[in-house]
Design a binder for this molecule. Structure first.
Ligand code: ZN
Length: 390
């Protein structure tokens, strides 16, 4: 369900989705989760525990309700990252400690939580939802939202050091995503959009014609989009399935009779591995069969590490790594199960990371406050674009 007023994530641009339906409670089996008189209660837990949870396939899009906030701490004079909160109706709050999380009805009486923000205009100021009576304020008083999962993917793709360079990272992410989303905005479009709308607009030829992208998208793809499920891009339940089956499926027995060594180029194993990385999984398997060599488990594990955010948790297990790679790469490349992941990883790796790395040493990129000001100005120009007609 699309909220009337919604806020976007500064990495993927799709909305932070309010969680107000009873079935959104994904912790019903947790003994600490309280429900009294039919009212949802709150569950406090460690951020790591929530981040490592796979959300059921039939409630998959709940991941969009979990977020962190980027806030300016006036006492420290810097931007900081909060713990994980869950949007409830139109309100936002989060534990101040980045290692903490909550789900459910937001608490209003705890000193270790941020103040309660409202979706408009506190969080949606850069999404165009300012209202006619909006007056400019010091933007450092307003939070920026980022999905819990998008932050997790950012740490994975840019390295854990991204937390120490938070202000730089968010400045680049906000400018990048604001630019992408602004390009999709047409007359009468409300935004932000969900991830499928964004992906479809990105691929739409209509964008090149500068037409009303969203209308065309809706006329062509509405029914298709309704059937699609927005799976968590970080802890995707399909990955969990594939890992589970890799535990059960027996490994193939190695070839007993390798070809004479002279038929195989005499290269160190590491070089072999690098060459194999250029082939897709199936081609590597076929090469193994053709040369009658067993591709070692070590290779498949290193290949899996490129794709799996879970790798540290399973690296020591005796899995069928060959099967895991084959299966994961097949599911990842096709279909919509990993569409969110593909879209977000593309932004992080190809649009944000190069600028981030360039600016780690010598900083040319504007400060986050300046980028926030740019976005606000652009939004105000857009909202007042017809004022000259008055
Ligand atoms: Zn996001």
């Amino acid at each position: 369900m699309r909220p009337h007023s919604c806020s976007g994530c500064c990495v993927c641009g799709s909305y932070l989705n309010p969680s107000w339906l009873e079935e959104d409670a994904i912790f019903l089996n947790d003994e600490k989760w309280e429900i009294r008189h039919g009212q949802r209660k709150v569950l406090f837990l460690d951020a790591k525990e929530l981040e490592s949870k796979y959300i059921d396939k039939d409630m998959a899009s709940i991941w969009t309700s979990f977020y962190r906030l980027i806030l300016y701490d006036f006492s420290k004079g810097e931007f900081t990252l909060t713990g994980i909160g869950q949007q409830f109706n139109t309100t936002f709050t989060a534990p101040k400690d980045a290692a903490k999380a909550f789900a459910g009805v937001p608490p209003r009486d705890r000193k270790d939580f941020t103040k309660i923000y409202d979706v408009a205009p506190d969080l949606s100021w850069w999404n165009g939802d300012l209202g006619d009576d909006y007056e400019k304020i010091d933007l450092r008083h307003l939070p920026i939202g980022i999905h819990m999962s998008c932050w997790k993917l950012a740490q994975w793709k840019l390295g854990p050091g991204v937390a120490e360079n938070l202000e730089l990272f968010i400045a680049i992410a906000l400018r990048t995503t604001f630019g992408i989303i602004s390009g999709f905005r047409g007359e009468g479009n409300t935004w932000p959009f969900n991830i499928y709308e964004i992906v479809a607009m990105k691929n739409s030829s209509c964008a090149e014609r500068g037409g009303d992208i969203i209308s065309e998208l809706w006329s062509r793809n509405l029914y298709e989009l309704q059937d699609r499920v927005d799976y968590d891009p970080s802890r995707n339940p399909w990955t969990q399935n594939i890992i589970d089956s890799s535990r059960r499926i027996k490994k193939q027995i190695s070839f007993a009779q390798p070809l004479p060594q002279s038929m195989i180029p005499d290269l160190p194993l590491e070089i072999w591995f690098e060459i194999l990385d250029f082939l897709d999984c199936k081609e590597v398997s076929n090469l193994g069969i053709a040369l009658q060599i067993a591709i070692p488990d070590r290779y498949w594990r290193s290949r899996a590490a490129l794709n799996l955010i879970e790798i540290d948790e399973i690296a020591e297990e005796d899995l069928n790594w060959h099967y895991l790679c084959l299966k994961f790469e097949a599911v990842y490349a096709t279909g919509e199960k990993f569409e969110s992941r593909r879209y977000i990883v593309d932004i992080l790796s190809n649009k944000i990371k190069p600028t981030y790395l360039q600016n780690l040493g010598k900083r040319d990129f504007p400060r986050l406050e300046e980028v926030m000001g740019e976005c606000e100005d652009a939004i105000l120009r857009y909202l007042h674009r017809y004022d000259f007609l008055d």
